[in-house]
Write a protein that binds this ligand. Structure first.
Ligand code: NAP
Length: 287
């Protein structure tokens, strides 16, 4: 068996075209332009690239974006005041504070300060709690992107064995909750998991988000598995790879996402989606 390679870029392109239409409708019927505020504290080079990509994607889709650059020594209180102002600004539908933050700023404090109504990253405890009960408004963007890929590719989830490798708050845990909500039988593995292969071997759908290149090799998967590789790793020779031995595993899998070009393009796409949803929610009558 040789896997079909899932084209995340193509799926993202199609979704973004749909979102551009929703934005056009918001503008023409309601005079609303969805808006996102992005706050970047410090000058982490990777964060600068991520933020630039987000701003460009917003511009291309018709979302208004504002970038607030704050110096690395910004006191937490100043950042909080900026968030408070954005919480109160009706033209801003989404607020995103780019992580990581400088060590003197508490990430939980910052994430809780963003009003859940504008938490388009889906990191506020209110939205995290919604994942547990199955009614979250803003699912976190990376696992949401994976869910959209599976949906787009008509991958059956109900009753399937899903193994998620990685248990972080932003990828692994929400991913597991989202797939459990769709009636999969879910197993989460992490660094302390003994004999990882014993678990991955059971997967009908394997989602890998560990940040370890070459972690999943062909002997660890069963024939016909659907493999979603979330990992992004830069090798010493400059190549960008995922967590899965792509060339080996693709010979056993039925579908597989490449790195780059798989999950990556979907993450920003779901940020656009959440921002549009936030703007559309503002239209609903307040009850
Ligand atoms: P993270 O916070 O470092 O979490 C990594 C998780 O993987 C942890 O739960 C860790 O276990 C587990 N893990 C690490 N080594 C392992 C091993 N050898 N066996 C089993 N589990 C192991 O990372 P993250 O933020 O979730 O990101 C994970 C990967 O996805 C990274 O490569 C990141 O760059 C990538 N990523 C991609 C996107 C995208 O848009 N495509 C978005 C976000 C992240 P413990 O909990 O025991 O430490």
């Amino acid at each position: 068996m040789t896997a079909r390679i899932i084209d995340g870029k193509a799926i993202a392109r199609k979704l973004r075209a749909e979102y551009a239409e929703r934005i056009a409708t918001l503008k023409s019927r309601h005079g609303i332009v969805p808006g996102i505020a992005v706050i970047l504290v410090g000058d982490n080079p990777a964060s600068q690239v991520y933020v630039r990509n987000k701003i460009t994607a917003c511009k291309d889709t018709g979302i208004h974006s504002e970038l607030y650059r704050l110096p690395a020594d910004t006191p937490e209180s100043v950042l909080m005041a900026r968030i408070d102002a954005l919480n109160a600004d009706p033209a801003v539908h989404g607020i995103l504070v780019q992580l990581p933050l400088p060590a003197h700023i508490s990430v939980p404090n910052v994430l809780e300060r963003i009003t859940p109504d504008k938490d388009v990253d889906g990191f506020h405890l209110y939205n995290v709690g919604g994942l547990v009960t199955g009614n979250t408004v803003f699912p976190p963007c990376t696992p949401y992107g994976v869910q959209k890929i599976l949906e787009y590719e008509n991958v059956r989830i109900e009753g399937q064995n899903v193994v998620v490798v990685g248990a972080s708050n932003i990828v692994g845990k929400p991913m597991a909750l989202m797939l459990m909500q769709q009636d999969a039988t879910v197993c989460i593995c992490h660094k302390k998991t003994r004999d990882l292969g014993q678990f991955t071997m059971l997967a009908d759908i394997l989602v890998v988000a560990a940040g370890v290149p070459g972690l999943i090799v062909p002997q660890m998967v069963k024939t016909g598995v659907v493999v979603i590789d979330v990992g992004i790793n830069r090798l010493p020779d400059g190549r960008l790879v995922g967590d899965v031995d792509f060339e080996g595993v693709r010979k056993k899998a039925s579908m597989i996402t490449p790195v780059p070009g798989g999950v990556g393009p979907m993450t920003i796409t779901m940020l656009l989606h959440n921002t549009i949803v936030s703007a559309e929610r503002g239209l609903a009558p307040k009850g």
